[in-house]
Structure formats: structure tokens, C-alpha cells
Design a protein around this ligand. Structure first.
Ligand code: NAP
Length: 220
């Protein structure tokens, strides 16, 4: 079984690649700057459709796609520049569209496949000062629900794993003691805990269109 994980050099993507690798999958680890430790490395900027097309021509057919690559953007809504918004949506939303576009044809012809998108709790409930990021992740949730219906006749499942606050570079600029105040389990999640949720979905054939939140009880 072949799996492609995007943004697999560090953080959540690295833990997802490690989990599948340790479970015996053939893992392709996409990266942009951070060379991956687990699986076969494959470089591509997911926001660039030509690079994604080339990546798929090198990998061939896959059974599982984990759309994990993502960037964040913080600041007051009115202070964010249009170029920053475009970059955010190009990676978080179009990166997911691009990889899914090239993964799907062989899945449809085989009538088998799984697509797992990494969303965010902010896409579910919204975050002040992360309005554009929240909107990009809400787009991923809508995309997941709609595509799940469209490709269900081909026995392909499409789901989201939606993390809360996970201890990676993405949140390194924040004070951990402040972050955990809002989390009932009183700690940040680990990339490995998210990876277990991704693997759980990948191993199940009857979950589709689902948003699996993994957030330590953070829900408001
Ligand atoms: P991270 O440590 O900042 O890692 C981001 C990853 O995305 C890196 O592997 C990076 O690759 C990759 N990436 C960024 N732009 C890319 C591009 N254009 N093409 C290919 N890869 C690209 O963040 P993380 O916390 O692991 O986040 C992973 C996913 O989880 C993201 O979608 C994020 O939005 C989501 N998430 C994170 C949290 C959290 O609290 N950490 C919560 C909810 C959702 P390079 O290093 O190679 O550039």
C-alpha cells in the first residue's frame, strides 16, 4: 500500500509518515525545505500545480493521500496584505486541491482510495487574529464533505483530521503556559497523537465525510 504525505519533513506530517512507515506502508514524504527522515523523499511545492503533476508522475499511483502541508497567518484581519492571503490559500487550499486532483484518477479506476485532509479547530470554530487561516481550514472542511459525496460511488473515502493546539514549529512563537489554559486536558497535543488519528481513519473503510477533531477537549 502506497501513501503520500505532504509536508512530511517536520511536525505533524513527519509523525504521520513515521506512523505509516512503522506500520509497513510504502511511504512517499513530500517536502519543500525540510528533508524528511521517514519514507522516500519527494520535493514539490504543493501550491504549484506543475510541481505537483511532476511529483505524481514520479510516484505513480497511490492508495492513500494525506494533505498535511500548511502555513499559518496571524494578525488583525484588516492588517493582512493580499499577497499573504494568496500565499496562505495557495498552500492550504490549492495545495490540497492540486494533490487530490492527481491522486484521484487512479483511485477512481481502481475503485479504492483514501484522502485525509488536515484541517484545524480554527476552521471549525474560528480564531480571532487568524481569520484568513480559519477561513482556509473551513474551506478544507467543506471540500472534504463535498468530495466525500462525489467519490463515494467509487468507494473512495475522504475525511478530515482536525487538530487543536499541537506542539510543533507552527505554535512555537506562543507561550505554552498561555496556550494550555484553554485546553481542558491542560497540555498541547503531540504530532504522534494526530498521526494515530490519521492512521485510524486510513484503516477504516466505512468512515467518510467525517471531521475527526483531536483537541484535548478544546471546544468553544
Ligand atoms: P509545521 O511544523 O509548521 O510544518 C508545516 C509543514 O508544511 C512543513 O513540513 C512544511 O514543509 C510544509 N509546507 C509548507 N508549505 C509547503 C508547500 N508549499 N509545499 C510543501 N510543503 C509545505 O506545522 P504543523 O503544525 O506540523 O502543521 C501541519 C498541518 O497541521 C498544517 O496543515 C497545519 O495547518 C495543521 N494544523 C496544525 C496545528 C498545530 O497546532 N500545530 C493545529 C491545527 C492544524 P517544509 O518544512 O519542507 O517547508
Amino acid at each position: 500500500m502506497k501513501v503520500l504525505v505532504t509536508g512530511a519533513g517536520r511536525g505533524i506530517g513527519k509523525a504521520v509518515a513515521e506512523k505509516f512507515y512503522n506500520c509497513g506502508y510504502e511511504v512517499y514524504s513530500n517536502y519543500l525545505n525540510t528533508f524528511p527522515v521517514f519514507g522516500k523523499p519527494i520535493k514539490a511545492d504543493v501550491s504549484d500545480i506543475l510541481q505537483v503533476e511532476k511529483m505524481f508522475s514520479e510516484i505513480g499511483e497511490i492508495d492513500i493521500l494525506v494533505n498535511n502541508a500548511g502555513v499559518t497567518l496571524s494578525g488583525l484581519f484588516q492588517n493582512i496584505q493580499n499577497e499573504e492571503i494568496l500565499r496562505l490559500f495557495n498552500v492550504n487550499v490549492f495545495g490540497t486541491f492540486n494533490c487530490t486532483k492527481f491522486a484521484l484518477p487512479s483511485m477512481i479506476s481502481k475503485k479504492k482510495g483514501k484522502i485525509i485532509n488536515i484541517a484545524s479547530i480554527w476552521g471549525e470554530i474560528g480564531a480571532s487574529c487568524e481569520v484568513h487561516y480559519s477561513a482556509s481550514k473551513a474551506a478544507i472542511i467543506g471540500f472534504t464533505k463535498a468530495l466525500a459525496k462525489e467519490v463515494a460511488p467509487s468507494d473512495i473515502t475522504v475525511n478530515c483530521v482536525s487538530p487543536g493546539v499541537i506542539d510543533t514549529d507552527m505554535v512555537a512563537c506562543y507561550e505554552k503556559s498561555e496556550l494550555k489554559k484553554d485546553i481542558p486536558l491542560n497540555r498541547l497535543g503531540t504530532p504522534k497523537e494526530v498521526a494515530k488519528a490519521v492512521y485510524f481513519i486510513a484503516e477504516n473503510d466505512y468512515i467518510t465525510g467525517h471531521i475527526l477533531s483531536i483537541n484535548g477537549g478544546f471546544w468553544r
